[in-house]
Write a protein that binds this ligand. Structure first.
Ligand code: AHG
Ligand code: MN
Ligand code: MN
Length: 336
């Protein structure tokens, strides 16, 4: 499909042969609309009164920002009455959100991170929304357990990046396409067809402030990266850390790189299996990265193969250019 097609035109062409295309096409339109509304709020920032803390914590004990709560509400508002969803689950809700009785229930489940990179909101840094769509093939209303599907069962995954331009990037399981928001038309327009992650890279992304807590394979890998040309890997590396997974993964989809949020000793002491959440961060980003030719792994197994046991389950994350992700996986194997 050509540069310049609208999201709607792209979906009509790409979904022509898919079963239930109308419902999924409609759902993606609803998601796009929510992202446009959020993009507008993010851009207006203080003028829209959306900066600062909400004054409460989410189920994971993290302080919620006003925009975390607003973004969650915008998504519910624009999707609950459309008849396309059977239920929603998000970072900001303890349990799933059932579609209210008065509305028709659809066949899809939407799992999402309403606002990713919350610490960037108040400093005008990049943020995003991450979403994952799975099917609910039962007549009964879903329960939390129905959301616990593997990453391979996702029918669609994507994110919207709120940065100098807002971009919607998505996969329907057949490659990755990126759309830029044309603010003059309030419409997403195809600008990045067939996004792909180069197999090799010399750019890594990790929060190095936690290096004292890293486990041996990650400590060794980063030491080898910073050793540069004369080190064991034999190339000079560059480092970038956006503070928002959407910002980091977007850069990797544009020019390659490896993104790491590994399990560390401090998390183990706190009884946590990682920081990032499987269902609404690692799985959708993992599907995008794999669909773009990259690799998404925990160090021990491919992210998309994990059978979830909890809505807010955390996992270690290594994803991006194949050659480097494979190298870190090999370092893990060498240490076991
Ligand atoms: P969220 O704002 O949705 O809680 O996610 C933040 C995540 C992710 O976007 C980012 O990569 C990471 O947390 C940043 O964590 P640190 O502050 O520990 O670097
Ligand atoms: Mn997040
Ligand atoms: Mn979030």
């Amino acid at each position: 499909m050509q540069h310049g097609a609208t999201l709607d035109e792209f979906l009509a062409e790409h979904m022509a042969s898919m079963p239930q295309a109308t419902e999924l096409h409609g759902l993606l339109g609803d998601i796009a609309k929510a992202c446009i509304d959020l993009s507008d709020l993010v851009r207006r920032g203080e003028l829209a009164g959306v900066l600062g803390a909400a004054g409460q914590e989410n189920v994971q004990g993290e302080e919620q920002k006003k925009l975390d709560v607003i973004a969650n509400d915008v998504f519910i508002e624009l999707t609950e009455g459309t008849g396309r969803l059977a239920g929603l689950a998000s970072e900001e809700m303890d349990n799933h959100y059932p579609i209210p009785e008065q509305h028709k229930r659809g066949r899809y489940l939407l799992t999402f991170d309403p606002l990713d990179g919350s610490s960037n909101i108040d400093v005008n840094g990049s943020t995003g929304t991450i979403f994952s769509i799975t099917e609910h093939d039962k007549d009964d209303a879903p329960v939390d357990a129905d959301f616990l599907q593997t990453g391979r069962q996702q029918v669609c995954a994507g994110y919207c990046l709120y940065s100098s331009a807002s971009m919607l990037v998505l996969t329907l399981g057949n490659g990755v396409a990126g759309f830029t928001l044309d603010n003059k038309r309030n419409e997403f327009v195809l600008t990045h067809p067939n996004m792909s992650v180069p197999a090799t890279t010399n750019e890594f992304a990790i929060n190095a402030a936690y290096s004292e807590h890293w486990q041996a394979p990650v400590k060794q890998y980063i030491a080898h990266c910073v050793a540069g040309k004369s080190g064991p890997i034999g190339k000079a590396f560059n480092m970038r850390w956006a503070g928002s997974m959407v910002g980091d993964i977007h850069r990797i989809l544009c020019r390659g790189g490896i993104f790491m949020y590994p399990l560390d000793e401090r998390m183990i002491k706190d009884g946590k299996a990682g920081k990032l959440r499987l269902l609404y961060e690692a799985n959708p980003m993992g599907m995008l990265i794999e669909q773009a030719g990259g690799m998404a792994h925990t160090g021990l197994e491919p992210i998309l193969d994990i059978s979830p046991d909890n809505l807010h389950q955390r996992v270690p994350v290594l994803m991006g250019s194949k050659e480097e992700v494979q190298r870190v996986v090999d370092y893990h194997a060498a240490h076991t």
